[in-house]
Structures are given as structure tokens and as C-alpha cells.
Write a protein that binds this ligand. Sequence first.
Ligand SMILES: Nc1nc2c(ncn2[C@@H]2O[C@H](COP(=O)(O)OP(=O)(O)O)[C@@H](O)[C@H]2O)c(=O)[nH]1
Ligand SMILES: [Mg+2]
Length: 318
Amino acid sequence: MLDVNKLIQGDRRTAAKIITLIENDGEGKQELLSRIYPHTGRAHVIGVTGSPGAGKSSLTDELIKQARRHNFKVGVIAVDPTSPISGGALLGDRIRMQEHALDKGVFIRSMGTRGCLGGLARATKDVVKVLDAYGCQVIIIETVGVGQSELDIMHYADTTLVVLTPGAGDHIQTIKAGIMEIADIFIINKSDLGNTKRIVTDIEQMLDMSPRYKSSWRPPVIETSTVTKDGIENLWSLIRRHFESTRSSGELRETVRNRVCMELMEMVEDELRRHLWGYLNQNGSLNGLLDDLADRKADPYTESRKLVERFLNIKNKH
Ligand SMILES: Nc1nc2c(ncn2[C@@H]2O[C@H](COP(=O)(O)OP(=O)(O)O)[C@@H](O)[C@H]2O)c(=O)[nH]1
Ligand SMILES: [Mg+2]
């Protein structure tokens, strides 16, 4: 039996085992997570997103060092939507990250879709909770690309970093709108390669036009280089300042409320779906209806409403 107390006391093996259970959607997962939940909500969750090759892993590495310098216990979740085995670039990441493997204050885990039966975004948010309860004060989530699942994952970050490079292909027109909207800090990495002015100006102009940023926190646009280390300390202090600022303005509270609302609705929907399927599959009642629908003797628009009404009536009687 996995022991939540051991997790809270900071037992590494227990943390690793619980995460595996979550990835496999294993027996007792819900119960375990419900016992973990009261011990969460303390960590500062930092999301790092941006196109492949922009320098997310290199920056994550630098952020781990910064966090350790400030004596924070750090958790890192490297999210890889492709295969965890074949990804050559990721293998490089892992080797790089292994520098921290001996440091008891750093816990690194990479996750692939394979084995995440409940979906990557969902598993990630549960793993965040495990690391939070395990005592990580800073949790960094690094995604691989800029697709929809990355956007979903970033809902679970308190501070979202969008990593760009001065390269021509990365100009503002090509950056997905969704990614722009979730950014709390824009990072122009590889500043050592020069040529950063254009993209910085583009983003600043976009921020001028965007209504969202009239609120208390306007995302800063900063330049970094993981080669020369320019801008890294500044990045760290901005990340912490964003956390403090949104916390004291009440914005963070609002974000957290929205997050738990989404989470709750997702779980309610799951639960309803489970009951509904159980009901629909009772004594094969669905079979005849499926034939009628296929033969166009009935239509799903009407039948779906009738089914739900009947289901609710039954539930009311119980
Ligand atoms: N010149 C330069 N190269 C960098 C910098 N940061 C990362 N790189 C290189 O860019 C490549 C991709 O970096 P990586 O961190 O793996 O990017 P990711 O795919 O976004 O995680 C690697 O070869 C890095 O060494 C930087 O600040 N300057
Ligand atoms: Mg990477």
C-alpha cells in the first residue's frame, strides 16, 4: 500500500511509485489523490512552453540552479507527447538533467503519452499535486511544443513562460494566438546570437494592443542566454515577482478558483459519463436504438434528449 504520510515526509521512492500509479491510471488512484489533495496548493508552479529548440530544457536547467541557490526543493516534469523512448532530443535533455540526479532537492520526471491512460494534461496536473505534497516548493513543467495539450497543461501553471528566439521563423505572426494569451513572461532566448530587437518590439506592440494586459501584471519581455547566462538571474527574480504580485493582488486566487472549477467539472463529467454508460448498457437496451439510428428510423437529436430525461427520472426515484 502506498503511504501518503511517507510522501509528505519527503520519501522519494514513494513519490516515484505514486507517480507511476497515476501514469498507469492504476487501482486506487482517486482515493490516493483525494488523500494527497489537502497537502497541496503550496508550490509555485512554473510552466515553460515554446517551439522545439527554443531552449526550454536549457532554461529549465538554469531555473533549477536558481531555485536551488535559493534553497527551494524543486520538482521538474518534462512532458513529452511523443514516445518517451525514441525522442533523440529528449534523451539529450535527460542526460543534461542528470547533473541534478544526485541532488536530493531536485526531483525530475519525464512523462510520455504512452502509459498516460487518462491523457497527458490530466496526468500532469495530478503529478504536480504529488510533487507539491512531496514538498517541492517550485515545480517546473516543461512541454515539448506549442500544441493544444501544451495549452491545457499551462492552465496548471501559476507562472507561464513563453520561450522564443530571435530567429526569423519565430516572428510574432507565426506565434499561435493561444500561446500569446497565456504568457506571463516572454523570454527571448539565445540573445547571444544577436538580432533580438525586432521580436522584442513586435511583442511589446502586441501587448500595447491587447486588453488583457491592462490588468496589474503586464508580461515583461526579457532577453536571456543559457550560453553566456545573461538575463538568467533577472528571469528568476521576475518569475518570483510575478508569483508575489499575483498573490497579493488576488489574481492568483482567482486563477486557482478557475482551475479548481475546471477540475471539478471535469470530474463531474467523468462521473456522469460513467453512470450514464452503465445505464445505457443495461440489458442491451442501446442495441435496438443503434439499429434504428443507423436505419434512420430514429434521430440522435431527439433520442439523446429522451435518454437523458429517462436517466434523470430514474435517478430521481432512487
Ligand atoms: N546560442 C545559444 N544556444 C542555445 C541557447 N539555449 C539553448 N541553446 C541550444 O539550442 C538547442 C536546443 O536547446 P533545448 O534547451 O534542448 O531546447 P528545447 O527543445 O526548447 O528544450 C541546444 O543545442 C542548445 O544548446 C542560448 O541561449 N544560446
Ligand atoms: Mg526540451
